[in-house]
Write a protein that binds this ligand. Structure first.
Ligand SMILES: *Cc1c(COP(=O)(O)O)cnc(C)c1O
Ligand SMILES: [Zn+2]
Length: 405
């Protein structure tokens, strides 16, 4: 049973009804947060009760916003491995290094968590048609869950978006529309079609439930580490749903008494080709400015302006963390290092956390005896377009000098 009570504006606190379809705050236009009767949750469950529950993000049912279990749209998302990375730790000089690997999730990235939740809630509210402006992984996730729920999906993508994302949407029967323009142009086109098509856009933080799906990453880290949070969490930030969700759920856990008041230092990593959060962090600003000419091959980080920027910056500052930018070259080097040391083929966004970690270790911002969790947010298999094959080729029967391979 869910203990959801209402929605509350993350900025001005205005209360909204969760039984109605909601987007952003009707007073100020900022993101809405789901609120729960945590006292009742505390009486109903304790951490020990979670043991033996299903190995998915849905094990935290009481803290999730779906009222009727029958509305859950499920493909197996969540409860991903959180594993020590000793070889990589030795390579960078940080023995207590861990990786939370979101690359094993349906559709290949952690976008599935947020969209499984948003699509489930849309189903609960009677929505039949979904829409999304997206340059990538969110589209793949939304359309997969949309198909699972028997809904219609429309995605608007820049024409130069990666083929894999167009194909995965097409494969599950979504209508894919390509736009000669930017993601912001796609967003405008989705908004324009709303009256005529009566579709519900699931854009980042413009509906309240994707962040509830993403917060389960924080729940899992807490539970998987025996309710002792690590010293540092390094997270690749685009729209910020993940870091915002984790920060939110740590407060919920403290109120439940399942963790204490200590928090990990939250580190937000972006690419130097699109780094509005590190810039605002450095300048001491509470909000970020639009980043002109955003460019990075870590597509999930190509977000020139996040609606939840003030929430990302708040989490980083309140936790005593940091926001750092790393170059695309450092990111690709990190993909190689992580793969060779741990056998984990990360997406560039995930590898950016390793590059960010190295920077912070060099700057003395992270101590070498601290416990650090890196988030690999997706599988490298969705990014084969960024790699070239380098292998010798032989004819059948040709003499091979094996030792020279
Ligand atoms: C979208 C995306 C991100 C950024 O996620 P947010 O939680 O919205 O900041 C990171 N990595 C990958 C692979 C993504 O697809
Ligand atoms: Zn508001």
């Amino acid at each position: 049973m869910s203990f959801l009570t209402h929605l509350e504006c993350s900025k001005c606190g205005a209360r909204h009804d969760h039984n109605e379809v909601q987007t952003v705050c009707r007073e100020c236009g900022k993101p809405l947060f789901a609120r729960y009767d945590l006292e009742a949750v505390g009486e109903a469950v304790s951490p020990g009760d979670l043991v033996g529950r299903e190995a998915s993000m849905w094990r935290y049912w009481e803290l999730l916003p779906i009222m009727d279990t029958g509305n859950k749209v499920f493909l197996g998302e969540g409860w991903t491995p959180l594993t020590p990375a000793p070889r990589l730790g030795e390579a960078v000089g940080l023995p207590d290094l861990w990786i939370k690997d979101e690359g094993v999730i349906p559709t290949g990235t952690f976008k599935a968590r947020g969209l499984a939740m948003a699509v489930s809630k849309a189903k609960e509210l009677g929505i039949k048609r979904l829409a999304l402006p997206s340059a990538g992984n969110a589209a793949g996730a939304m359309t997969a869950y949309g198909a699972r729920a028997g809904m219609e999906s429309y995605v608007f993508m820049p024409v130069d978006a990666p083929d894999v994302n167009k194909i995965e949407c097409q494969a599950v029967g979504a209508k894919v529309v390509l736009v000669r323009g930017l993601i912001t142009d796609c967003g405008r086109m989705v908004a324009k079609g709303k009256d005529e098509m009566d579709w519900f856009p699931l854009s980042t933080l413009k509906e309240p439930y994707r962040v509830e799906g993403k917060k389960t990453m924080g729940l899992e880290v807490a539970e998987q580490m025996g309710w002792e949070l690590p010293d540092v969490i390094v997270y690749p930030t685009g729209g910020g749903t993940g870091i915002i969700g984790m920060w939110k759920v740590f407060d919920e856990l403290e109120e439940l008494g399942w963790i204490g008041s200590e928090r990990p230092r939250m580190v937000s990593v972006q690419s130097s080709g699109c780094a509005p959060i590190p810039k605002a962090f450095k300048e001491g600003k509470e909000e970020s400015e639009f980043w002109e000419g955003a460019e990075t091959l870590a597509a999930g980080l190509r977000v020139p302006h996040a609606l939840g920027d003030f929430l990302i910056l708040r989490a980083v500052r309140e936790s005593g963390g940091a926001a750092v930018a790393v170059s695309d070259e450092e990111i690709m080097d990190a993909v190689g290092l992580m793969a060779r040391e741990e056998g984990l083929f990360a997406c560039p966004e995930g590898a950016a956390t390793l590059a960010g970690l190295k920077t912070l270790l060099d700057d003395g911002k992270i101590d070498r005896n601290e416990r650090v969790v890196l988030f690999n947010t997706g599988s490298g298999l969705k990014y084969t377009n960024l790699f070239e094959v380098e292998a010798p080729v032989f004819d059948v029967g040709e003499k091979i000098d094996y030792k020279s391979l």
